[in-house]
Write a protein that binds this ligand. Structure first.
Ligand code: SF4
Length: 429
């Protein structure tokens, strides 16, 4: 199946020296992941053990639900808890007992740590163990950290999935595990393509509900669908599973390369691969070409935020004709994004971590046509005349695999159209 393998540029970025920065960084914390995780896992409840700030963040990110009982909440640590004057463990357990008594629909409960719970060193692992003993088998209680101390917002999903891996039942079966929380409709498209190739034993982590039989073992091969799952990768490897490195399924080329890696592993022949992917590949190419006309030959600058930066830079430069000036990512795990780095043509600065002031200086000097950054930077940069794209939108919007490839290009071309319209209006005044 060599003819479909994306041809790497003369020199890719795998061995490009990385500019490592430490300093003030502008990102959301890992609690943000609850917004998409609670939609994905339909019998899970996420109980943040945190402050009123944490509760406000969740409420404003998710919108206040009036008619439905939400499947996330915050157990607020009061000043007496923070000062060590109250037994926060006992209070938390009482709170969980009350919640589970009231909500019979909850089958998995995640205790989610925050900055305040970490600062007072509240042992949520011990609480989760005790609560599991108390509420098993009806409810499984796990814990992870969503704290914003030295992290970025997509690490919340990584920590959540990694917390599930040790409790997955063991299997010796040869199987494929897809890892990453995708919108159901996108996940179904991927499963449909893989099923048509004849790959039968496929599980997904996270499953939509706890009754879906997700197992792991030495004959499990797993493919990540999100590039921010380094902790989950390590946890799966500790269980004996093997990672399938591949470019991420963004755009036609990325999706084809990702599917090819899986197809090769499972011995799918070229004729079958072509038959299954031919039509959606052509649709994706057409959709990208249409949406990308505004992007051709334009420059793009990535601030580190979502950890999607490297695969997206690969998509925008190779499929949409953009030129990357700087590709900043909060963390660069070459075991995860190495295949995308290989395909990204040598040229842009590859930066890991952030010193926001220095990076803003570089961005202003470059005056890119499009800047991909967090919400906190977008408005000031817009005010300075730069077109921006909010990185967080890329995690909330269906962007993976063939049928979303055109929408993905469209997400980047819209800010350019908006900026052009603004300029025209300003010129007309
Ligand atoms: S976890 Fe930390 S960064 Fe996130 S909302 Fe709570 S206090 Fe703020």
């Amino acid at each position: 199946m060599n003819d479909l393998t994306p041809s790497p540029p003369g020199a890719g970025c795998r061995n490009t020296p990385i500019l490592k920065e430490r300093g003030q960084h502008e990102v959301f914390c890992g609690l943000t992941g609850i917004i998409w995780l609670h939609r994905k896992m339909q019998d899970a409840f996420f109980l943040v053990v945190g402050s009123r700030t944490c509760a406000h963040l969740l409420q404003s990110a998710a919108g206040v639900m009036i008619f439905a009982e939400p499947r996330f909440g915050t157990a607020i640590l009061e000043e007496t808890d923070l000062a060590g004057l109250a037994d926060a463990q006992a209070e938390l357990e009482r709170e969980v007992d009350r919640l589970l008594e009231r909500r019979s629909d909850i089958r998995q409960l995640f205790l989610v740590g925050s900055c305040p719970s970490e600062v007072i060193k509240l042992d949520l692992a011990r609480a989760a163990e005790r609560l599991t003993l108390k509420h098993a088998p009806r409810v499984r209680v796990l814990n992870y950290s969503g704290s914003g101390i030295e992290t970025t917002f997509t690490e919340g999903e990584d920590a959540c999935l990694a917390s599930m891996v040790p409790v997955l039942p063991e299997t010796d079966k040869r199987q494929l595990l897809l890892v990453g929380a995708l919108p159901d409709v996108v996940e179904d498209q991927a499963l449909d393509l893989l099923g048509k190739m004849g790959i039968e034993d496929i599980s997904v982590l996270p499953a939509r509900n706890v009754d879906q039989d997700v197992r792991v073992g030495p004959n499990t091969v797993f493919a990540l669908t999100q590039p921010f799952l380094g902790g989950t990768l390590a946890a799966l490897e500790r269980r004996g599973a093997r990672h399938l490195p591949a470019p991420f399924p963004f755009g036609e080329e990325g999706t084809t390369a990702w599917l090819l890696a899986v197809a090769r592993e499972f011995g799918v022949d070229k004729a079958r691969f072509d038959a299954v992917t031919g039509a959606p590949r052509a649709r994706a190419r057409r959709a990208v070409a249409q949406a990308a006309t505004a992007l051709k030959d334009k420059s793009v600058f990535f601030f580190p935020d979502s950890q999607l930066e490297i695969p997206l830079a690969r998509f925008l430069t190779r499929e949409c004709g953009m030129q990357a000036v700087e590709v900043g990512a909060p963390f660069i795990h070459k075991a995860v994004v190495g295949p995308d780095l290989e395909l990204l043509e040598h040229g842009p600065t590859i930066a890991e971590g952030q010193n926001v002031e220095l990076q803003l200086d570089r961005c202003r000097a470059a005056q890119p046509d499009l800047t991909v950054c967090g919400l906190g930077l977008a408005n000031p940069l817009e005010a300075e005349g730069l077109a921006t794209k909010w990185a967080i939108e890329l995690v909330f919007t269906p962007v993976h695999f063939y049928e979303q490839a055109g929408d993905l290009a469209g997400l980047f071309s819209r800010p350019m159209h908006r900026r052009r319209a603004l300029r025209l209006m300003e010129a007309a005044e």
